[in-house]
Write a protein that binds this ligand. Structure first.
Ligand code: BV8
Ligand code: ZN
Length: 261
């Protein structure tokens, strides 16, 4: 397992020479865009604890505070821009039909990078289908009653329960269309993620503490099928000793170093 920068050219050769590549990204990939990660929470939502608020229990008990947190995150993310790491992955996805991106992030920055990098609408549509958002997205709501989903990033009036968004069809409370702790992930999305990981020659894991499951098990599917693992993270994680190359550095620097043509 190479951890020095000598390993970067080797990892680059493995990724660029691979038929099938699967990416797993976490909040660290968006850190350089100014989106605070979950575990080194500072400023903006230091006063909100994700492991308390990102639960159905919290939403049942206090939907107003949960919507306040998600509305704040939506507006913070809309002020951010994709960084060089997002752009390198987007360009790779567009150039390689055998590449799939599995992300835990709900900030939509991978999709925004794709829109910025894509040359034609057809290319964009093809690559979009190969982005799997395991934990949903900040920019969709889901009805608690009838399950209808809707895109949107209008500000939410969370000043009282009476002003929270409700379903036009059945008048139930709308929730953010994300997967909360203790909730199952979408079966079809999860199946596609593990299928692409199993068929990948290389898995590139970037910006995740690899603590949240089942997402953190996706790279293990590549290893168990005989593939190799490149990890990009300034700090070690539970995946580091399993990685073929565990590169200490930021996603904004190392993803372009590994992926750019
Ligand atoms: C489920 C959406 C079952 C909401 C999120 C014990 C063992 C194993 C599992 C469990 C367990 N106890 C409980 C569980 C299950 C639980 C879980 O895994 N808990 C963990 C905390 C132990 N999992 C679940 O509940 C999942 N569901 O298991 O359901 C089930 C089945 C059937 C029926 C009913 C139930 C659901 C998990 C999804 C939770 N939702 N997000 C929202 O976002 O508001 S998870 C949340 O954490 C985000 O998606 C986030 O992405 C994710 C993981 O965090 P990371 O992305 O890794 O971010 P983090 O801050 O941790 O790390 C950042 C990393 O970046 C660091 O390593 C840092 O060094 C690095 N970094 C920093 N800067 C940079 C950088 N890297 C590169 N470049 C930089 N510049
Ligand atoms: Zn409804």
């Amino acid at each position: 397992m190479g951890t020095s920068t000598v390993a970067v050219p080797e990892a680059r050769r493995a990724v660029c020479g691979a038929e099938g590549v699967v990416f797993l990204t976490g909040a660290g990939v968006s850190a350089e865009s100014g989106v605070p990660t979950f575990r080194d929470r500072d400023g903006l939502w230091a006063r909100f604890d994700p492991e308390v608020l990102a639960t159905h229990e919290a939403f049942r008990r206090d939907p107003r505070t949960v919507w306040e947190w998600y509305d704040l995150r939506r507006r913070a993310v809309l002020e951010c821009r994709p960084n060089a790491g997002h752009e390198a992955v987007a360009a790779f996805l567009l150039a390689r039909e055998g590449a799939t991106l599995v992300t835990q992030n709900v900030d939509g920055l991978h999709h925004r990078a794709l829109e910025e990098v894509a040359a034609t609408p057809a290319e964009l549509d093809g690559a979009r289908l190969r982005i799997l958002e395991l934990h949903g997205t900040l920019f969709r709501t889901r009805c608690q009653g009838c399950g209808v989903r809707a895109w949107g990033h209008d500000p939410v009036d969370h000043t009282s329960e009476a002003t929270l968004p409700r379903c036009e069809a059945c008048d139930s409370l709308l929730r953010p269309d994300v997967v909360w702790f203790g909730e199952p992930l979408d079966g079809d999305t999860l199946e596609k993620a593990f299928l692409s990981a199993t068929h990948a020659d290389v898995c590139v894991v970037a910006g995740t503490s690899a603590l949240v499951h089942p997402a953190a098990s996706v790279p293990l599917a590549t290893l168990e099928a005989g593939g190799r693992l490149v990890e990009i993270n300034p700090s070690p994680t539970p995946l580091s000793e399993r990685a073929t190359w565990s590169l200490r550095g930021t996603a904004g620097a190392l993803l372009p170093a590994i992926l750019d043509p």
